[in-house]
Design a protein around this ligand. Structure first.
Ligand SMILES: Nc1ncnc2c1ncn2[C@@H]1O[C@H](COP(=O)(O)OP(=O)(O)OP(=O)(O)O)[C@@H](O)[C@H]1O
Length: 465
């Protein structure tokens, strides 16, 4: 006899069958249970000895499981598979196979039952997760559309036309872009424009405001971390923004405010295209395009050794400088009309801009650029008492403070000076009221970094007192 051939006696065979994870259940041609292994105990909560010798009809009276299978197989003489539910709340996947004698009569029906309760639970969880994922994907798609739903890029000057022409070409490649320009010139808008015109347009557009993130959190934000990477880290780990922006664009706004030591880390990714998550061992590939923007003078910062020269050259493969509004005066009126239409729609008004007012717009230097123009138009639309807005008939230094009749207008030396004073008063009052740059930014509809800058400019002395 070969070593691998073993003749089992009945007791050994029973022992083996009792070790089976699946239930083995045998009925004879009369439907009487002749054998069941120990797995029945975990399925129905009764011992094998309580089942053996009983007919499956009798057992069904105790409601041990539903529906019955062996009577069906005895009738149809075919192998069948069904799902059963037991009285202990389990779900079983049962296959019953008929065994025939030499004359073709059924001798036994062997049932094999596998507990699929857990699998069913997992299946349900998977279904739920799939539904949630679908909903989230829809939400992301909608948010992305809103986020990237940039208004018309008003472009009515030779300078801006050539910038847009260049931006469309740059959009076709993957190299980094550096956008320079004063605050409010439209750098963020141009970054989105490049993304929307690139073949990454269906991917994410993620903004990281380098000025608002504490240096010690920069790596965690950008690279993400593995679970338990450091004390206080989320247990699930965190996805970094580079990863989130994969197949899309990562917009590094206010890059000039990036702390020096962090600049080195950013340079490394731009050079190598690779990075490690904090606490991670696997090399990650950066699959996003980088666009950076700043209103700071980076060349000056390089001279002062506050900005890395090598990082500057890495970022500025393509450099676009947006001119301040005062250097593209031909756009002031079209932009003003565009914003007027926008806010007339928003506030259900039908204001028009008088000739006098337009002349003043043209004469003004707009230090806050397009954003300032937009804010001025919104204020005028809301506060003006006449349909035709003329001659700045709303004195700026009364907005949000006391009504004009309580505080007669003092004519300033110049409009520019008056606007600067107004800015100072507004920021100081807003900061006194809200006590947080985030709330000031929200209330005045400016970026948080701008709010920070203005608060530092106008309120730092009183703060330090
Ligand atoms: N050419 C334009 N056409 C229409 N709207 C514009 C244009 N340029 C800028 N804007 C609007 O002006 C506002 C400021 O633009 P944006 O935020 O892009 O400026 P920024 O240069 O990034 O400012 P900051 O440096 O303060 O972040 C936005 O509301 C934007 O929609």
């Amino acid at each position: 006899m070969l070593k691998s051939q073993v003749n089992f006696d009945f007791d050994t065979l029973k022992k083996i069958l009792d070790c089976s994870f699946d239930e083995i259940y045998i009925v004879n041609a009369e439907g009487i249970v002749v054998y069941v292994n120990n797995a029945c105990e975990k399925h129905y909560g009764v011992k094998a000895s309580e089942i053996i010798g009983k007919s499956s009809e009798e057992l069904s009276k105790y409601g041990l499981w539903e529906p019955r299978l062996s009577p069906l197989v005895l009738k149809t003489k075919q192998r069948l598979t069904i799902e059963q539910t037991t009285r202990t709340g389990k779900k079983l996947l049962t296959t019953a196979t008929p065994i025939f004698d030499d004359e073709g009569n059924i001798e036994f029906v062997i049932e094999n039952s596998r507990d699929i309760t857990e699998t069913e639970g997992l299946k349900h969880e998977l279904e739920q997760s799939k539904k949630l994922l679908k909903r989230m994907k829809e939400e992301v798609k909608r948010l992305r559309k809103t986020e990237l739903d940039i208004p018309d890029f008003i472009c009515k000057s030779k300078k801006m036309e050539s910038i847009i022409f260049m931006a469309k070409r740059i959009a076709q490649v993957d190299s980094p872009v550096l956008i320079l320009g004063e605050s409010g010139t439209g750098k963020g808008m141009l970054a989105k424009f490049i993304h929307k015109n690139s073949n990454r347009k269906n991917g994410p557009f993620i903004t990281l405001n380098c000025a608002s993130i504490p240096p010690e959190l920069f790596e965690a934000e950008l690279f993400g971390y593995e679970k338990g990477a450091f004390t206080g880290a989320s247990e699930k780990g965190k996805m970094g923004l580079i990863d989130l922006a994969a197949e899309g664009t990562l917009f590094l706004d206010e890059i000039g405010d990036l702390p020096f030591n962090v600049q080195t880390k950013l340079l490394h990714i731009l050079q190598e295209g690779e990075y490690f998550k904090i606490g991670g061992r696997e090399v990650q590939k950066a699959r996003c395009r980088f666009i950076a923007a700043t209103n700071r003078n980076l060349r000056e910062m390089i001279k002062n050794k506050t900005f890395r020269e090598d990082l500057y050259y890495r970022l500025s493969t393509f450099e676009i400088e947006l001119p301040p509004l005062r250097e593209r005066k031909e756009e002031i009126i079209p932009l003003a009309q565009y914003f007027l239409e926008k806010y007339n729609k928003k506030y259900h008004t039908s204001r028009t801009l008088g000739k006098e007012c337009l002349n003043q717009f043209l004469a003004y230097s707009w230090p806050g650029n397009v954003r300032e123009l937009e804010n001025v138009i919104e204020r005028l639309v809301v506060i003006s008492t006449k349909n035709t807005i003329n001659n700045f008939d709303i004195p700026f230094n009364t907005i949000g403070t006391s009504p004009p009749d309580e505080k007669p207008l003092q004519l300033p030396n110049s409009l520019e000076q008056a606007l600067a004073d107004f800015e100072k008063e507004l920021i100081t009052r807003a900061y006194q009221q809200f006590k947080s740059s985030y709330k000031v930014a929200k209330a005045l509809k400016i970026s948080q970094s701008k709010a920070n800058r203005l608060i530092r400019k106008y309120c730092s002395k009183s703060l330090n007192k």
